[in-house]
Design a protein around this ligand. Structure first.
Ligand SMILES: Nc1nc2c(ncn2[C@@H]2O[C@H](COP(=O)(O)OP(=O)(O)OP(=O)(O)O)[C@@H](O)[C@H]2O)c(=O)[nH]1
Length: 505
C-alpha cells in the first residue's frame, strides 16, 4: 500500500517502502529525529517531449555520482559518436525505462535515487506525452517539488501549463522552472527573463508563490549540479541541486493521528491487534483514540512491530496497535486521535484526473478506494479545467486526461481529510465495477458545505419548494435525523409531500 498520494495503483510503493524501511529500523524517538533530518526530498520532473527531461535526470545522477562505474563504462561506450560535444548521452541512463513504460499503469512511474552530502532525493520520472498525463499526476501525488522543464527556444507550451496545473492540484507548492537548452539560444539573458516572467504569471494564477527559474544546459551540466557561471555570468541564482537541498519536505504530521486499519490480528485468545501503516501524526501508549466510523473510543495499550515493542509510532511506520478494551474494529476502519479528527459524511467535493478512455460519466456508480477502504460512490462531474485559459468551465462528464471538480455521494459514511491536510487520507482512486479498471485518481477538497445542517445544493432544492412545504420539511425531526440518507436533490415539489409523509411515518 502506498503511504502517500493516490498512487495506490502505481509503483510509488518502491519509494514509500524505502522510507518506511529506513524509519522502522529505528526506535521511535530516533525515528522522529531521522524523519526530520534526512527524509529524502521527492521530486517530479515534467515537461514536453524533447525538452530534455531524460538528459536532466541523467545529468543529476551522473554529476552526483549516483551512476555506478560499470554503468558509466557502458554509457561512454554506447554514446559513441552520438553527440558532437564529446559528452555521453545522459538520456541513455534512463533507456531501460521505455520497456517498463510499455507495460501499463502499474509500473509507469519510475523512481530514481541520488544524493548529495546534504540530502538524498527520489525523483519520479514520468513520460512527457499528453496521453501520459495520468502518470504525471501519479508521480506528482507523492512529490514535494516539481521541476518543470521548458526548451529555451520554444518557451512555455500548453503541456507546460497542463503539468504546472496538475502538479498544483496534486498539492505541490514548490516549483523549479528549468529553462533548458539555454546554450542553444546563445545563453541569452533576455530570453530567460521573458520565459521566467511568463511562468510567474501562470504561477500566480495557480496560487503558487515558491518558484525558482534557472537557466540551464542539462546537456553540458550547467546550473544542474555544477554552476554555469563561465557561460552565464549574468545569472547569480542557485543551481538546481542547491534549490533541491534547501526545499521543504512535506510533513504528514500536520493533522492528527491516522491509522487506516489494514488487518485485525488475532494469533491467540489473549492478543488482538490492529495493523496498518500510520498515515499521519503520531501515537504513543496511553493516548486516547477514536475508531471511525463507529465513534467508539479506547486507549492505546501497546504498539508493536514485527520485532519490537515501541514507545511511539509516527507517520510511515507499519505497526500493530493493541487497545485497552474490546472494540469492534474491522479492515477499512480508521483509528484516529481525539484532536483533529478527519471529516466523516456522505457527501464530499473532490478534484480528479480521468485516467481511461471511457472518462467519467455523470451519476455512474464506482468503487472508491482510499487507503484500506473501498466504498460505493456516485460521481457527479461539475466542472472541468480548460487548459488553454486556465479557467474552470461547467462540465457534465469528463473525458480521458481531463481534470475535473466532482461531487461524491456515498452509500455509507466516508472518512477523509482534505488532501491539503493529509495526502494519504485525502487521496483516492475510482474503479469501474464493470471492468475493474482504475478510471480516476483524485483528492478530496472538502466535505460538502452545509447551510443550517443541510448540504448547500439540497438546501437550494428545499428553498425552491413552496415556503410552507419547505418549512415543514426542515422542521421535521425525522428529516433532521435522516437528511444524510435521503437524496433530496431528486425531490421535486410534487414528490415533496410524499417524502415528508414517508419521513414522518
Ligand atoms: N543543446 C542542448 N541539447 C539538449 C539539452 N538537453 C537535452 N538536449 C538534447 O535534446 C534532445 C532531447 O532530450 P531528452 O532528454 O531525450 O528529452 P526528454 O524530454 O527526456 O524527451 P522524452 O523522454 O521523449 O520526453 C536530446 O537530443 C538531448 O541531447 C541542452 O541543455 N542543450
Amino acid at each position: 500500500m502506498s503511504s502517500t498520494g493516490f498512487a495506490q495503483s502505481a509503483s510509488s510503493d518502491a519509494a514509500s517502502n524505502a522510507t518506511t524501511a529506513e524509519i522502522t529500523a529505528f526506535p521511535a524517538s530516533d525515528a522522529q529525529r531521522h524523519l526530520r533530518d534526512t527524509r529524502p526530498l521527492r521530486l517530479i520532473t515534467c515537461g514536453s517531449v524533447d525538452d530534455g527531461k531524460s538528459t536532466l535526470i541523467g545529468r543529476l545522477l551522473w554529476d552526483t555520482k549516483a551512476v555506478k562505474e560499470d554503468q558509466a563504462v557502458t554509457l561512454r561506450r554506447d554514446s559513441g559518436q552520438q553527440n558532437d560535444l564529446g559528452l555521453p548521452d545522459f538520456a541513455l541512463l534512463l533507456d531501460g525505462l521505455q520497456a517498463e513504460r510499455e507495460q501499463g499503469i502499474t509500473i509507469d512511474v519510475a523512481y530514481r535515487y541520488f544524493s548529495t552530502d546534504k540530502r538524498s532525493f527520489i525523483v519520479a520520472d514520468t513520460p512527457g506525452h499528453e496521453q501520459y498525463t495520468r502518470n504525471m499526476a501519479t508521480g506528482a501525488s507523492t512529490a514535494d517539488l516539481a521541476v518543470l522543464l521548458v526548451d529555451a527556444r520554444a518557451g512555455l507550451l500548453e503541456q507546460t501549463r497542463r503539468h504546472a496545473t496538475i502538479a498544483t492540484l496534486m498539492g505541490i507548492r514548490q516549483f523549479v522552472l528549468a529553462i533548458n537548452k539555454i546554450d542553444l539560444v546563445g545563453y541569452d539573458q533576455a530570453r530567460f527573463d521573458a520565459i521566467a516572467r511568463e511562468f510567474r504569471e501562470l504561477a500566480v494564477s495557480l496560487g503558487v508563490r515558491q518558484i525558482t527559474a534557472i537557466p540551464m544546459s542539462a546537456l553540458k551540466g550547467e546550473n544542474v549540479v555544477l554552476d554555469g557561471r563561465a557561460s552565464m555570468p549574468w545569472y547569480e541564482g542557485p543551481t538546481l541541486v542547491e534549490v533541491l537541498e534547501q526545499a521543504t519536505v512535506r510533513s504528514g504530521q500536520t493533522v492528527g493521528f491516522r491509522l487506516p486499519v489494514q488487518r485485525v490480528s488475532r494469533p491467540g485468545e489473549s492478543f488482538r491487534g490492529y495493523q496498518g501503516t500510520v498515515a499521519g501524526g503520531s501515537v504513543k501508549p496511553g493516548d486516547s483514540v477514536v475508531i471511525l466510523p463507529s465513534g467508539m473510543v479506547a486507549n492505546v495499550a501497546k504498539i508493536v512491530t514485527f520485532d519490537l515493542v515501541r514507545n511511539a509510532a509516527v507517520s510511515g511506520d507499519a505497526v500493530t496497535l493493541v487497545l485497552d478494551r474490546q472494540v469492534d474494529i474491522s479492515r477499512g476502519d480508521m483509528i484516529v486521535s481525539l484532536e483533529g479528527q478527519p471529516q466523516m459524511g456522505l457527501h464530499f467535493d473532490a478534484q480528479l484526473v480521468a485516467l481511461q478512455a471511457e472518462g467519467i460519466q455523470p451519476n455512474k456508480r464506482y468503487w472508491l478506494k482510499s487507503g484500506t477502504r473501498r466504498q460505493r460512490v456516485t460521481v457527479q462531474p461539475v466542472q472541468k479545467l480548460d487548459l488553454q485559459s486556465g479557467k474552470w468551465v461547467a462540465a457534465e462528464a469528463l473525458a480521458m486526461n481531463a481534470i475535473g471538480k466532482v461531487h461524491l455521494a456515498f452509500d455509507e459514511q466516508a472518512i477523509f481529510d482534505a488532501y491539503e491536510a493529509n495526502r494519504a487520507t485525502g487521496a483516492f482512486i475510482l474503479i469501474d465495477p464493470d471492468t475493474n479498471n482504475t478510471v480516476a485518481g483524485g483528492m478530496i477538497t472538502a466535505k460538502r458545505s452545509s447551510l443550517g445542517g443541510l448540504h448547500q445544493e439540497d438546501a437550494r432544492v428545499i428553498l425552491s419548494l413552496p415556503a410552507d412545504l419547505a418549512e415543514e420539511i426542515l422542521a421535521s425531526a425525522a428529516f433532521a435525523a435522516r437528511r444524510e440518507e435521503v437524496d433530496i436533490r431528486r425531490v421535486t415539489a410534487a414528490k415533496a409531500a410524499a417524502l415528508l409523509g414517508d419521513l414522518d411515518g
